[in-house]
Every structure is written in structure tokens, then in C-alpha cells.
Design a protein around this ligand. Structure first.
Ligand SMILES: Cc1ncc(COP(=O)(O)O)c(C=O)c1O
Length: 351
């Protein structure tokens, strides 16, 4: 199948986003394959037939599809339910006195676990200076690939290179990136992704990637699902964890995983560069209409007194402290950029 042809076709068949839904940076909308798998799961849950055997298959399908999406071996992928838990895993694995460098504007599920750990020395700097501030005394650089607040994209090549030179570990939060921005995550010591935004999965699904042969991370929250075969690690000592990244698994949110598996497989089969250029060009269309310079992000942050007009005019966007955050994805079209531009410019005839 020609992936260029297939993206439009897949969007037509799979998604029912209403006009003006520009809020994927808050919540991604589910494809039909995910919803029907969830409905099927709920039906089976209701009557109890063939329920338990399907659980693990959903997790393994999700890990494997996510691995393909971010270009790492499946053995590097573990499931998490929140990004803050991944950040806590990283923070608690660092030795006392370790130096952590982070961006001041970053999302708190990334920052708070480090700030809450009084053993660590955390330095926050403005994002635009972060890469240049990396210092050989830093033990870890923790940052989002794409900023939640305004969509700014960090140069991941420069970041990886600067950290490598300084011999600092890297922790990259890819929640606002994976799905629209193609990334090779092998270059980072650990990455974390909440899959409910740009991967259109249910809340409670997420992934970390880390090289399982590198043992700098301590499994801080291991449970029965952190074993090689979870059904063999239900009771009692000794500690027996999976040799690969599954040793960092938390127990799966079953209902959510049922929808995640086919959804991630759908994304893994799509042309990622096409998704990026579609999303960024819609964002740039809005920027152009607002006399803003073009950018490399699918997210547009607008300082506007008219943020509320967007909502009244039927555009779903995030509004925070007078700034509107509009995010563009595969199920959006030029009409969405136009509508948002008209409302923000006050040329839609509304007050
Ligand atoms: C960059 C980033 N990381 C993480 C999250 C979600 O974190 P958590 O899974 O801890 O709720 C968000 C949600 O907005 C985000 O923008």
C-alpha cells in the first residue's frame, strides 16, 4: 500500500474528530480499531469468557508496536501508567548528591519527582539555554522533546551529542512528540511517553524505553508484572525480574491496553514523516494567518485576549492564562486552521 495514499484513507476510515478539534496535546481521539477492541473487551469482561488470556497479548502487541514506532528493540520497552512514575524511577535511581539539569518551563510530571528528592541537586534553566548549559559535572539531563505549554521542539541531535560529550545521562519525555514527530529513541538513556495524547490510546497507557543491558536504573516499583512470565512470579521470594526492560513494567491497565494494542499497530504502519508534515503545515497555516513566523511544531501557542472566543466559536483548544494552545494532527484539515485564525483575528463576525 502506498503510505501517502493510505494516510488519508486511514484517517477517513478510522477517525471521527469533529470540526475544530485542536486539542490533541491534551487528549488524542481514538481510532475505530481501538474503540471496537475496547467494546469487545468490555463485552467479554461482562460475561467473563476468555478474559484473562487476552490480557498479556494486548501488552505484548503494544510493546512491540511502540518499539517499531520509536525505532528501538522490543526488549527496550516497558509499560508505565503515568509519566511521573517514570520520572520517579529515574530520580530514585540516581545516587545522593547527583546533579540534574532540567528546563524551567517543563511539565511538572517530569520535574517534580526530581525536585521532591532532597538527595538530588537540581538546576533548572530556560529551555533555550539547556543544551549549552550541559556541563561535565551534570549526571542527568531531563527534558521534554516537545514542550507541553507551547510546543517548542528541542533539537534532539544536539541534545544527545552535548550529553554524550559531558558524559551525562539523558531522560527524555516524549509524551508531546511520539505520534507526530519521528524520533529515534535509541540515543537516550531513558525515555517516557504517555500514550493518551498523540498516540490516541486510553489514559493509563504509556511506555518507557531503555537499554536493558545497562543497569544504571534500579527497578523501584517491581510487581508481579515485572517478571519474565508474570504468571510465574505471583508469589513469594526470591526476586525474579525479567532480564529485559519488562523488569520496569507496572501492572497493565487491562481495559486501556485492549484499545492500545490495535491503535499502536495502526500508527506503526503509517508514514511518520507524512504525519509530521501534515500536522506542522496545518500549524504553520495558522501561524501565517496570525502573522507569526513558521515553526517546526504541530502545536501553536498564541498570546491572545481572544482565547475564549475560540471555545465560543466551536474550536476546542487548551486555554491557559490568556494563552491559547492549539494542536494539529492527522484528523485535522486546513478548514480547522482557517476557523481558528478567523476566531483569533476576530474576522469571523463574532465578538
Ligand atoms: C510533556 C508531558 N509529559 C507528561 C504528561 C502527563 O504526565 P502524567 O502521565 O504524569 O499525567 C503531559 C501531559 O500534559 C505532558 O505534556
Amino acid at each position: 500500500v502506498d503510505p501517502v495514499e493510505s494516510l488519508d484513507e486511514v484517517v477517513r476510515q478510522q477517525f471521527s474528530a469533529g470540526p475544530g478539534y485542536l486539542n490533541t496535546a491534551s487528549v488524542g481521539l481514538p481510532p475505530k480499531v481501538g474503540l471496537s477492541a475496547l467494546h469487545e473487551h468490555l463485552r467479554v469482561w461482562e460475561n467473563g469468557s476468555k478474559l484473562i488470556p487476552a490480557f498479556d497479548a494486548d501488552v505484548e502487541r503494544s510493546r512491540s508496536a511502540y518499539a517499531r514506532l520509536v525505532e528501538v528493540p522490543t526488549s527496550w520497552v516497558a509499560i508505565i501508567s503515568q509519566v511521573s512514575v517514570a520520572s520517579g524511577l529515574v530520580a530514585s535511581s540516581l545516587p545522593a548528591g547527583a546533579r540534574v539539569l532540567a528546563a524551567r518551563e517543563d511539565f511538572t510530571s517530569l520535574l517534580f519527582p526530581f525536585l521532591a528528592d532532597s538527595r538530588l541537586r537540581v538546576r533548572t534553566v530556560p529551555l533555550q539555554r539547556l543544551i549549552d548549559e550541559i556541563d561535565p559535572r551534570d549526571d542527568l539531563v531531563a527534558v521534554s522533546a516537545v514542550q507541553s505549554a507551547d510546543g517548542r521542539v528541542i533539537d534532539t541531535d544536539r541534545l544527545a551529542e552535548a550529553a554524550r560529550k559531558a558524559k551525562a545521562r539523558t531522560y527524555l519525555d516524549v509524551t508531546q512528540a511520539v505520534g507526530w514527530l519521528p524520533l529515534d529513541l535509541k540515543r537516550f538513556d531513558i525515555t517516557a511517553c504517555g500514550a493518551y495524547k498523540w498516540l490516541c490510546c486510553p489514559r493509563g497507557t504509556g511506555f518507557i524505553t531503555t537499554d536493558p543491558d545497562d543497569d544504571w536504573l534500579t527497578p523501584r516499583f517491581p510487581g508481579w508484572y515485572s517478571g519474565e512470565d508474570p504468571w510465574e512470579t505471583l508469589y513469594g521470594p526470591p526476586l525474579r525480574l525479567a532480564p529485559d526492560a519488562r523488569r520496569f513494567n507496572v501492572s497493565p491497565p487491562w481495559q486501556a491496553m485492549a484499545a492500545a494494542a490495535p491503535t499502536l499497530e495502526l500508527f506503526a504502519g503509517l508514514d511518520r514523516e507524512r504525519i509530521r508534515s501534515h500536522s506542522v503545515s496545518l500549524a504553520n497555516h495558522l501561524r501565517e494567518r496570525l502573522n507569526m513566523p513558521p515553526s517546526d511544531s504541530a502545536i501553536v501557542s498564541v498570546d491572545t485576549p481572544r482565547a475564549e472566543a475560540l471555545l465560543r466559536g466551536g474550536v476546542t483548544a487548551a486555554v491557559r492564562a490568556g494563552r491559547a494552545r492549539l494542536s494539529f494532527f492527522i484528523y485535522n484539515a486546513v478548514a480547522d486552521s482557517e476557523r481558528a485564525a478567523d476566531l483569533l483575528a476576530g474576522t469571523d463576525g463574532r465578538m
